[in-house]
Design a protein around this ligand. Structure first.
Ligand SMILES: C[S@@+](CC[C@H](N)C(=O)[O-])C[C@H]1O[C@@H](n2cnc3c(N)ncnc32)[C@H](O)[C@@H]1O
Length: 419
């Protein structure tokens, strides 16, 4: 089926010899593998084919991990189906690609000037807006000069095409930058968001932890009329996408919305207080231990919140660091009071979105063992068809699980029969 992984396709060139013939072989192998995976968006396969031709013609050398030689390490592509000039039914098949190259080793100017530009121009000429097949939206380069196993470095360069890349998901227009996290399967993600929205009461205050560019929080602000939304994310590059997305939010969205460049594991109490609903969407490794502890000890968080709100009422000058930080990074929409000025609540609903089944099971066990939360509902989503991976949306509620009224009735009924 075509509905599947149509975004973020990586292929590593790292284990192959650095000759262009070998690259053809590598790519032939890789392309064959990629093409037979019918789950990819067809335009990814078409651009992979173009890339194979370009790499061969220009003699671009692959990075050899063991030797530390070569140039090109990864190529990543993402498809947007955002094109409102087309009828909705045609948008998917007409998706355009954002492709980016990842070069490795010391930053080599000659390589950048010649081969990287030549490769980008080759793609643009054959797949850009003036080509017979318009496949490519933009081309970017990333420079990873460290020898660790982190795929992307901090340096990005926009080479060709439009800078802004938009998708429509969860009821809002979302700006996606190559340097910020983006979900791999936007269609499946949209389904998950629609489900998630139903668990968030209208007018809630929401904390979106591990927020990336804040897509989840902003989607909730728009669809659930949230009083406030705080997005907490460790990657500062995501802020630019968040701000662009905010600009396109409907004027009817009347929430206090903030994005914070912060580590959710450092003093998580700061982010839990003042929220009715917490959404957590951690990387594959799952939740940080300090956040799990804070969630397990949510009652003490509640006591702390009460005492700090009492002490704040009596003092004139605001000193609490989380309030000061919230003010600093705040993007206010509408006339709602900021989170600092509303009564301090602690979350009653915890929504856990997981892409790592094993870590989710551990975290879930840990949360339930504390009796601070019970699992109300869980849904599975197939974000990566053909793989073992499953995306989970789990909804936890505060306190020990209440007995279902139906069961009680049965007991009474049994008793009544006995006597
Ligand atoms: C699975 S992604 C989810 C992103 C976002 N919720 C979305 O759907 O677009 C996990 C995000 O957590 C961020 N992250 C990882 N560790 C973090 C931490 N300790 N504190 C805050 N954010 C973190 C990553 O940079 C990444 O953007």
């Amino acid at each position: 089926m075509a509905m599947c992984i149509y975004k973020l396709t990586y292929f590593s060139l790292s284990h192959y010899p650095p000759t262009s013939i070998a690259i053809v072989d590598i790519l032939t192998t890789l392309v064959t593998t990629i093409l037979v995976v019918a789950t990819h968006h067809p335009n990814i396969n078409a651009v992979v084919e173009l890339l194979r031709q370009g790499i061969t013609e220009l003699g671009v050398g692959p990075y050899i991990e063991d030797k530390g030689t070569g140039d090109l390490r990864y190529v990543q592509m993402a498809v947007t189906t955002y094109n409102t000039s087309l009828p909705a039914a045609e948008r998917y098949m007409n998706g355009l690609l954002l492709s980016f190259f990842n070069s490795f080793g010391k930053f080599k100017l000659h390589w950048f000037r010649y081969k990287l530009n030549a490769l980008a121009n080759f793609l643009w000429k054959n797949g850009g807006p003036r080509s017979r097949l318009h496949l490519i939206h933009s081309v970017w380069a990333n420079f990873q000069t460290s020898t660790n196993n982190i795929i992307f470095g901090n340096r990005w360069r926009h080479l060709l095409g439009e800078r802004d890349f938009w998708e429509h998901v969860g009821g809002i227009d979302v700006s996606l930058a190559p340097c910020s996290f983006g979900q791999a399967n936007t269609r499946a993600f949209d389904t998950l968001l629609r489900k998630l929205q139903k668990y968030v009461p209208y007018e809630s205050s929401v904390a979106d932890l591990y927020a990336g560019a804040g897509v989840i929080g902003l989607s909730l602000a728009a669809t659930r009329k949230c009083r406030s939304v705080k997005c907490i994310e460790i990657n500062k590059e995501s802020k630019a996408s968040f701000e662009k997305t905010i600009e396109r939010l409907s004027a009817t969205v009347d929430s206090s919305i903030t994005w914070h460049h912060a580590d959710a594991s450092k003093d998580p109490f700061l982010w839990l207080v003042g929220s009715d609903v917490v959404v957590i969407d951690p990387p594959r490794k799952g939740l940080d231990a300090s956040l799990i502890d804070a969630l397990k000890n949510i009652s003490s968080v509640e006591r702390k919140a009460l005492s700090s709100s009492e002490s704040t009422n009596s003092s004139q000058e605001e000193k609490r660091p989380w309030v000061l930080r919230a003010k600093e990074a705040s993007v206010q929409i509408g006339n709602r009071p900021s989170p600092a000025n509303i009564p301090q609540s602690v979350p009653q609903t915890l929504v856990y979105i997981s892409c790592g089944w094993e870590s989710f099971k551990e975290d879930c066990k840990s949360l339930l063992s504390s009796k601070a939360w019970y699992l109300e509902k869980a849904h599975g989503f197939n974000f990566f068809p053909g793989t073992q991976s499953i995306e989970v949306l789990a909804v936890f509620k505060r306190g020990p699980q209440k007995k279902k009224p139906g069961k009680k009735k049965k007991k009474q009924l049994k008793g009544a029969v006995k006597h």
